[in-house]
Design a protein around this ligand. Structure first.
Ligand SMILES: Cc1cc2ncn([C@H]3O[C@H](COP(=O)(O)O)[C@@H](O)[C@H]3O)c2cc1C
Ligand SMILES: O=C(O)c1cccnc1
Length: 338
């Protein structure tokens, strides 16, 4: 197995040889689940979640002790096209806010007991406008993938990746459309809250990007390089690093899901170590999750990003494991089985 990737092709190679869950831990966790003091299946999806997590950690009775949240930030050339309700300066301002502890993700990561890392990616150098050319050169794309790869603490036992980047719902819509087809309007939403004219501009920008890069859309990595952004590429690199280290992942909203979808498009099953933390208000998100076959844990009408919905969902997973690993069996408790 490749240790440290150095080229874009190394990331492609990694996808050919992915570690899977430990079948013995899955079997032992399933058996334990069947012995716990509750009617069979009474904890619903929490039971599946606990068994899934146990398999990836290779431990039939695990707990989450070291969750990590990483927020990647990047700027986008298409921001100049009036596709966001906020100016591009907000990206760097929010990075300062993350560092000062003032953003939603600070509160939610703190509540979940997660370490929070913030990785700002060349904020003074926005990506190129993807309607005019590739958003990133190959060198820039590789640097962003590597930044994600390197941001993952291999000693953590759960990963959430979040993002900050004004105009990145436009990039995410373009990536989703590039991967899965359909019209621009199928994937474009209001993001930070653009008005009808802004929404129309977003559709035009995404359609123009798809037309400009039409010949390259059969390659999911090229879709991400040409239509994505640095923080999206970094999220993909981080989620691949987590897979290699058998660290389970909770996915966040539309942008996060679009960023990692190329991995699944290259290699079906590449996201088996990831669950969808929530479904966001951005209409493309539900569509994307359906394409990936992922059922969200929460539906709260969030449309924030930053990793916020996924960070909240850490507590659902912690709940699943508290029950799975902490409950007594029928034999231990002297409770009669049905
Ligand atoms: C203050 C503020 C905090 C945010 N935190 C996340 N986003 C979210 O909004 C942006 C995407 O929406 P659009 O494509 O419409 O620009 C991303 O930065 C995303 O993470 C924020 C946006 C704002 C304004
Ligand atoms: O779903 C998301 O991730 C999202 C939606 C709107 C704005 N920012 C992020």
């Amino acid at each position: 197995m490749l240790d440290a990737p150095r080229a874009i092709d190394d990331f492609r190679s990694l996808l050919k040889d992915l570690p899977g869950p430990d079948p013995e831990a899955v079997a032992a966790a399933r058996e334990r689940n069947g012995q716990l003091t509750k009617p069979p299946g009474a904890l619903g999806r929490l039971e599946d979640l606990a068994i899934w997590y146990a398999g990836w950690r290779g431990d039939p009775r695990p707990r989450i002790e070291r969750p990590q949240v990483v927020v990647f930030a990047g700027n986008h050339g298409v921001a100049a096209r009036g596709v966001s309700a906020f100016p591009a300066d907000v990206t760097v301002q929010m990075v300062a806010n993350f560092k000062a502890g003032g953003a939603a993700i600070n509160q939610l990561a703190g509540l979940a007991g997660a370490r929070l890392d913030v990785v700002a990616l060349d904020l003074d150098r926005p990506t190129a406008d993807f309607t005019e050319g590739p958003a990133m050169s190959e060198a820039e794309f590789l640097a962003a993938l590597m930044a994600g790869w390197e941001a993952v603490d291999r000693a953590s036992d759960l990963l959430v990746v979040g993002e900050m980047g004004i105009a990145n719902t436009t990039a995410a819509a373009a990536v989703a459309a590039g991967l899965f087809g359909g019209e621009a309007e199928d994937w474009v939403g209001r993001g930070t809250g653009v008005d009808d004219a802004g929404l129309a501009r977003k559709r035009e920008v995404v359609a123009a990007g798809l037309a400009r890069h039409a010949e390259a859309l059969s390659d999911p990595f090229e879709v991400l390089r040409r239509l994505g952004g640095r923080e999206l590429a970094a999220m993909a690199g981080a989620v691949l690093a987590a897979r290699q280290a058998r660290i389970p992942v909770i996915l966040d909203g539309f942008i996060c899901t679009a960023a990692v979808a190329p991995l699944e498009a290259v290699r079906p099953g590449a996201l088996d170590h990831a669950v969808a933390g929530h479904v966001s208000e951005e209409p493309g998100h539900a569509r994307l999750l359906a394409r990936l076959g992922k059922e969200p844990l929460l539906r709260l009408g969030l449309r924030l990003g930053e990793g916020s919905g996924a960070a909240l969902a850490i507590q659902v997973l912690k709940g699943a494991l508290a029950c799975h690993s902490g409950m007594a069996t029928f034999a231990e408790a002297g409770v009669a089985e049905g």
